[in-house]
Design a protein around this ligand. Structure first.
Ligand code: CA
Ligand code: CA
Length: 441
């Protein structure tokens, strides 16, 4: 029997921007960016030539991950473009958002704290033989804080879809980056792969919002630079998305497919709406990516006598999930900690204690979301790549997925079903990502 708890969920800090909070976030046609379209071209077409021919001045031109362009296109030109044999698809540009929620701030920490999520997946310093050294990780997000002392040194190359610096102006990307690779030193926190090098790929703005067109631009930069930067980019992390379907943006799907085709693992947040299946989240539904759901790293507390505390490895009240299909390769690949714990208040509301990671401007802060679960897996992929490079072998994204799924902790038992009334169990108990498991010979 399902335990009924409150529909609303209270965060530890009411201030700040609530990105994709809880349930009922409608993302239908109202998320189209008015008048903007993404045009995908045949592989031999020249995007600039097609745009010029139709009088379009694009905001983005894509060459590396997909051929095409995006920008404002008036209806008349749209009709002409649709008749051009060089055009493969035209879709409206849509809004994409970060999948993280701010929690309470905390002061800079000394000495270094090993966050609960890092410990829980077995990646605490000294527990595994690799640190992700020599592995590049693209953080496709709101940017990274270039001045944060616990992320130094960052990759020397970066990209912003907004024509400015890739310096983080929101904090979400910096938090995600710290979960992947905060340094093993004496300050702040430590990430899953503290030796990995982070590349800032800014596709979300100060509000944590972006678009399909900006995300494709980020993927295009990754495809173009992954092999030429040092260290090379082997994994990309995307704690973002929108509601959608497998086929609603062929250009975005092509861009992901081509990045994955370069041997780069793409790890994507499943989404923060527990009423949705991952098959209705883009890009998490794409078979080429690893979609990550969120669990609590630790057991929580309960102030309500009729309800026990929420145990470790319980599905987060906010997580989108959905069973993995061996035939379609769609669904959640694995779960990972997207919050430290969930506590139940006297009134029966679930309160999330966020993951501790690096804060924009220095120090640490807590955030919750599938945004925070995803970089735990990304860090494990970086560890796996250091191991592979030491052996002189390459890891295909399917190798990575297979090993991570096969070695997850607690398969068949966890995630435990969330007691939140918003959550519907998918009955696929895929387990929690394990760093030692993924690195086992
Ligand atoms: Ca540190
Ligand atoms: Ca599941």
């Amino acid at each position: 029997m399902k335990i009924r708890l409150g529909l609303r969920c209270v965060l530890s800090a009411a201030s700040g921007i609530v990105l994709f909070a809880g349930t009922g976030v409608a993302q239908d046609k109202s998320d189209d960016v008015a008048g903007q379209y993404i045009v995908e071209l045949n592989g031999d077409a020249v995007p600039e030539a097609v745009a010029t021919h139709h009088g379009v001045t694009p905001d983005f031109v894509y060459h590396a991950s997909v051929k095409g362009f995006a920008g404002a296109i008036p209806p008349g030109q749209l009709n002409q473009l649709a008749k051009d044999p060089r055009v493969r698809s035209i879709v409206p540009n849509r809004v994409m958002k970060a999948f993280g929620k701010p929690g309470s701030d905390s002061a800079p920490i000394a000495p270094q704290v090993v966050p609960a999520g890092v410990q829980h997946i077995g990646a605490a310093p000294g527990n595994v033989a690799f640190k992700g050294t020599g592995v590049g990780v693209a953080v496709i997000d709101t940017g990274l804080d270039f001045n944060h002392l616990d992320l130094q040194p960052l990759g020397t190359a970066s990209f912003s879809a907004f024509g400015t610096s890739a310096q983080d102006d929101n904090g979400h990307g910096t938090h995600v980056g710290g979960i992947v690779a905060a340094r093993d030193n004496t300050r702040d926190v430590v990430g899953v792969a503290p030796g990995a090098t982070l590349y800032a790929v800014k596709v979300l703005n100060k509000s944590g919002s972006g678009s399909d067109a900006a995300v494709i631009a980020g993927l295009d930069w990754v495809a173009q630079h992954a092999g030429s930067v040092s260290p090379a980019i082997k994994v990309a992390t995307m704690s973002l998305g929108r509601q959608g379907t497998l086929g609603d943006n062929p250009a975005l799907r092509s861009a992901i497919q081509n990045v994955v085709g370069l041997g780069i693992t793409v790890v994507v947040a499943a989404g923060n709406d527990p009423t949705l299946e991952v098959t209705s989240e883009v890009p998490a539904t794409y078979p080429e990516v690893m979609a990550i759901a969120s669990t609590a790293a630790l057991g929580g507390t309960s102030q309500r006598s009729s309800v026990g505390p929420i145990a470790a490895d319980t599905a987060s009240y906010f997580t989108t999930d959905g069973a993995f299909s061996d035939t379609t390769l769609m669904g959640v690949t694995v779960s990972a900690p997207g919050e430290d714990a969930e506590n139940i208040s006297k009134s029966g509301l679930i309160q999330s204690v966020g993951i501790l990671s690096t804060k924009l401007g220095g120090g640490t802060t807590r955030m919750s979301g599938t945004s925070m679960a995803t970089p735990h897996v990304t860090g494990v992929v970086a560890l796996m790549w250091e191991q592979a490079l030491a052996k002189g072998i390459a890891l295909s994204p399917e190798d990575v997925r297979g090993r991570i799924m096969a070695t997850a902790t607690g398969q068949g038992n966890v995630p435990l079903a969330s007691p939140s009334v918003s959550y519907t169990p998918d009955h696929d108990l895929e387990g929690i990502v394990s760093a030692p498991g993924a690195l086992a010979p």
